[in-house]
Design a protein. Sequence first.
Length: 288
Amino acid sequence: MKEIQSVVDEKTGARVYPSDQVYGQFNMEPAEPKEKIQAKLSQRDGNIKSSLLSTENFVHYMEVATQLSKSSLVPKGMQGKPADILLAMELGLQLGIPMTQAIQDIAVVNGRPTLYGDGLLAAVQGHKDYEYIKEVGDEKSATCTLKRRGHDECTVTFTQEDAKKAGLWGKPGPWLSYPKRMLQMRARGFCIRDTFADALRGIKTEEEVSDYQVIDAKPKGHELLGSLTIKKATESQIEVIKDLIVQSEITPERLEKAKTHFGVSAINDLTEGQANEFIAILNKEVGK
């Protein structure tokens, strides 16, 4: 039997066969130490087991959430809703926020969990890479500067003009009552998300999400049809069509085919758009 030729890589000591050169040098990197692989698996298993939704913890913490849902100290939006409380506690665990604080700071707005501006700041202040935050502002603008260890300062300014462009300035509610505070929260939210996106996991401030306009993206069929207005062909369009039919000397057979194409039984039943299309076709016939 002919021996398969191979070479030994000088850097890794791995044996490389011709097929490796064709399909990619899969043997060029040394195998990952078994201890490192086991450490990764242990960390993953540890993350799963620490979750409140794990098989070890779910029953206990669901009971805790059920009892808390009966308390008047729980935000009204969560009273009587143990599942919401459990998810708030789980989210707090992921963000590094104490469970009781998470219940108070997390709010569901437009169907998604959010954090109040102060809660969002608390989440990143407990991060290992957080260094400092500076906030300045007045009635016209707010500026937030945030420093993360190993990164340049991130500075975000949100102005009265920005609020006007977004349709927020003078909007009934907090924007009308506390405009300075709302400018501060918007600048803070953007700056924190730009600097600590990995820590927030997509969470936004309650103040920002509350300003989103909720649109029903799936209107019912009859509602959609009812909103459409189909305009019939005008009398002048019908007259032009009849005149062009005479000029083009179109045969009765072709005229019937045209009606079938447009899905009408008579010329007078054409819509405005169909009439314009038919006029363009007849003009070509006349020009031949």
